[in-house]
Design a binder for this molecule. Structure first.
Ligand SMILES: [Cu+2]
Length: 175
């Protein structure tokens, strides 16, 4: 007589276990909702307020400042950058350029290398692999125009004249 009671009890236990297993599986699949397998992207505050444009204009001035420090461009298509030194001070004292650097370039290291490259207008040959594009070093009133194409990413740009990159720096987001 005992057996009759044990068998239904076992069946119930098995049914309960499998039921529990199923509900656990359902929870797991909910938690692993499709996520995009992309590399972590650097977030740039304020970028959502910038319109995408591949023609960009920038000025440097006697206050050692760029007129803008954030640009948003379309990746994979040429970007035209128009740069002007809007100051009046002599080039030897307040020259400006724009150097676009590869993602991950350490600005302090690059700036140090650049400061030692006076003969090359502060474009250091030793860090050439970190440079995507650069303008000429401009004196007062001078302009230069360069073109380059960026893959998706966040790029720093600086003025490499000695002592300027700490303030004269910004970012270009290519998306
Ligand atoms: Cu400068």
């Amino acid at each position: 007589m005992k057996k009759l009671f044990i068998i239904p009890a076992l069946a119930l236990a098995v049914a309960f276990a499998s039921c529990g297993g199923e509900s656990k599986k359902a929870t797991t699949s909910e938690n692993t909702a499709p996520t995009e397998e992309t590399a972590p992207v650097e977030t740039v505050p304020g970028i959502e307020n910038e319109a995408i444009s591949n023609t960009i204009s920038l000025e440097g001035n006697d206050q050692m400042k760029f007129s803008k420090d954030l640009f948003r461009v379309k990746a994979g298509e040429p970007v035209e950058l128009n740069f002007k030194n809007a100051g009046e001070m002599p080039k030897e004292a307040m020259g400006h350029n724009v150097v676009i650097l590869t993602p991950g370039t350490d600005l302090a290291t690059f700036g140090g290398e650049a400061a030692g490259a006076a003969a090359d207008e502060y474009i250091p040959k030793s860090s050439a692999s970190s440079i995507i594009a650069h303008t000429k070093l401009l004196g007062p009133g001078e302009t230069d125009k360069i073109s380059f194409t960026l893959e998706k990413g966040v790029y720093s740009f600086i003025c490499s004249f000695p002592g300027h990159f700490g303030i004269m720096q910004g970012k270009i987001v290519a998306e």
